[in-house]
Design a protein around this ligand. Sequence first.
Ligand SMILES: C[S@@+](CC[C@H](N)C(=O)[O-])C[C@H]1O[C@@H](n2cnc3c(N)ncnc32)[C@H](O)[C@@H]1O
Length: 277
Amino acid sequence: MRLDVVTIFPEYLEPLDVSLVGKARARGRLDVHVHDLRAWTYDRHHTVDDTPYGGGPGMVMMTEPWGEALDTVLADGYEAGSHEPALIVPTPSGRPFTQELAVELSERPWLVFTPARYEGIDRRVFDEYATRMPVYEVSIGDYVLAGGEAAVLVITEAVARLLPGVLGNAESHRDDSFAPGTMANLLEGPVYTKPPRWRAREIPEVLLSGHHGKIARWRRDEALKRTTAFRPDLIERCDPKAFDKKDRETLSALGWVPDPEGERYGRFWRRVDDVEE
Ligand SMILES: C[S@@+](CC[C@H](N)C(=O)[O-])C[C@H]1O[C@@H](n2cnc3c(N)ncnc32)[C@H](O)[C@@H]1O
């Protein structure tokens, strides 16, 4: 996979050299190119922003440097044999970045990131490139960062670990929290390693039992407990077909019941003590 990142802070992307993403690069799974947007400015101050039309606070990144930068980056990539680019636009007003989207992006051969600063980039840039390639406007969460570089690191790491040959154990990401392909999107429960006793703290006995069925059941119950505690919204939306009899017993013990009334709103479960609307 080829990655291009155009930014006014190339040094912010240095973490792409370390750990998993660094290894993916070293193994030839990822071909990363970071570009300084200011290379496509021609005035003494290397200006990339201007005041917003319509007034208001902050500055907006200008069409010209972005247009020239993207034209050059795309031409270079095509010349090097890359194909089917997709533009990834980090923005708090984008669609939420999810594991499902990470999987979708990991199947693409070439991602071009446009992390912005200030109030973002003049809209016409995205309208222009949307005529030539898919444009994904992506938010990494409901908060506002000063710039999109941290979002690029987040998205790249989530995508890179899904590429074949990057994780030591190909099974690792199948059990992840949010792993797509299961009807129930549950958070992963706690994990333990040696020693079996640390500061008088034991590990759950079942994990030493060697009994695969019981271990799987324990893990599933812990996932249900954690999801009901931290992400009740995920339980509410779970397809009832995703749960077996034991799951239902655990959910019931945790105070959750099916919600036939809520089904038409895509809410299949509710807490017993939730007041009916
Ligand atoms: C200060 S923010 C601009 C915020 C803009 N006024 C808004 O509310 O949409 C500058 C840049 O940081 C990046 N950014 C900030 N928060 C983000 C988030 N939650 N997800 C992805 N990118 C984000 C985007 O590239 C954004 O254009």
